[in-house]
Design a protein around this ligand. Structure first.
Ligand SMILES: Nc1nc2c(c(=O)[nH]1)N[C@H]1C(S)=C(S)[C@@H](COP(=O)(O)O)O[C@H]1N2
Ligand SMILES: [Mo]
Length: 334
């Protein structure tokens, strides 16, 4: 269902997806009635949202993939597939958590061309389905921490980002990597509607410093739970950078461009004081409008019952990645 929201706006990630507010509104609406309550909440979160059917998600159309399964780490609870595919941020398919699943059918991930270009000796265009069908993908169990203070742990399959970049032979001028999501409003209707897509200037873009991109943890995922990615999770290929806030993990990528200068990134463009280029998970650096000290783990059950746990520096991957930021003031380079 396409819901009309009142005015175009420049959201911040939490403004348009306020789970806590959503719950509060329900309670307040019961007590106060619609008219008064509507003034108290962000205009873009229409009251109609309250009555949308969160369960109407079509089954994701995915295929079996060939991958080397990872050992399931002991004492780690995985987020169920059902949660990972119905609680999404993919604003091109809608800004509410349930909308990407409901609008997933718009995106046609097959065929899919991905370019690796820019400051490289050997630029190439890849058919992502070739990669999926002809490679044994590797499975990685990664924590993903959203800037909105919820987290998931999921088994992704794919390849190291560095593998793909190396094939293009970066030149010495390559200092950063710029990523771009597909721009096609027919497949990603939020790109054509500020009501649906949150008024972001699309295509969604992201970036990493070269050493971050080449780090063995940086991963291009083409599978989730042993099947190709559901559209709402960024089919057919998306980034997963597990030590950074989720917004760095750009979905449905069509271009990976090696560049000399730090590239623009979507959330930094929208609200530079709230979202930096680095976006390393850090419990000591709060978002200007909320604490990052703890998070809700999305496991069984809904987000409201979700277990609160402390946020870990670099999302728990500090042993592997802290050296990348030696000597940098992480309060300044948030
Ligand atoms: N193209 C694109 N990529 C995106 C987003 C988006 O809106 N558009 N949202 C980001 C955010 S904020 C998060 S938390 C993760 C969520 O990934 P998931 O839905 O697979 O959990 O995707 C990221 N990648
Ligand atoms: Mo996020």
């Amino acid at each position: 269902m396409l819901i009309k929201r009142s005015t175009p706006h420049h959201p911040t990630e939490r403004d348009v997806t306020p789970e806590a507010v959503y719950q509060d509104r329900r309670l307040i609406l019961k007590g106060l009635g619609l008219g008064t309550a509507s003034l108290a909440f962000p205009a873009q979160a229409s009251l109609l949202d309250l009555f949308s059917d969160e369960k109407a998600a079509p089954a994701p159309a995915t295929k079996e993939i060939h991958y080397k399964a990872a050992a399931r780490p002991e004492g780690v609870t995985l987020t169920p597939l059902e949660k990972a595919t119905t609680h999404n941020n993919f604003y091109e398919l809608g800004t509410d958590k349930g909308e990407p699943a409901r609008n997933a059918h718009y995106l046609k991930p097959e065929p899919w061309a991905l370019k690796v270009e820019g400051e490289v000796a050997k630029p190439f265009t890849l058919d992502v389905w070739d990669l999926i069908n002809k490679t044994e993908l590797e499975e990685r169990i990664y924590r993903l921490r959203c800037v909105e203070a919820w987290s998931m742990v999921l088994p992704w399959s794919g390849i190291a980002l560095a593998d793909l970049i190396r094939r293009a032979e970066p030149t010495s001028r390559a200092k950063f990597v710029a990523f771009e999501t597909l721009y096609d409003p027919e497949q990603l209707p939020g790109q054509a509607s500020s009501n649906l897509g949150g008024g972001i200037d699309y295509p969604y873009v992201e970036g990493l410093r070269m050493d971050e991109a080449m780090h063995p943890l940086s991963f291009l995922a083409m599978g989730l739970y042993g099947k190709t990615l559901p559209a709402q999770n960024g089919a057919p290929i998306r980034l997963v950078v597990p030590w950074k806030y989720g917004f760095k993990s750009i979905k449905s990528i069509v271009s990976i461009r090696l560049v000399e200068e730090m590239p623009p990134t979507t959330w930094n463009l929208l609200a530079p004081n709230e979202y930096g280029f680095y976006a390393n998970v850090n419990p000591q650096v709060d978002h200007p409008r909320w604490s990052q000290a703890s998070e809700r783990f999305i496991g069984e059950g809904g987000i409201f019952g979700a277990k609160r746990q402390p946020t870990l520096l670099f999302n728990g991957y500090g042993d592997e990645v802290a050296s990348l930021y030696q000597g940098m003031d992480l309060r300044k380079w948030y």
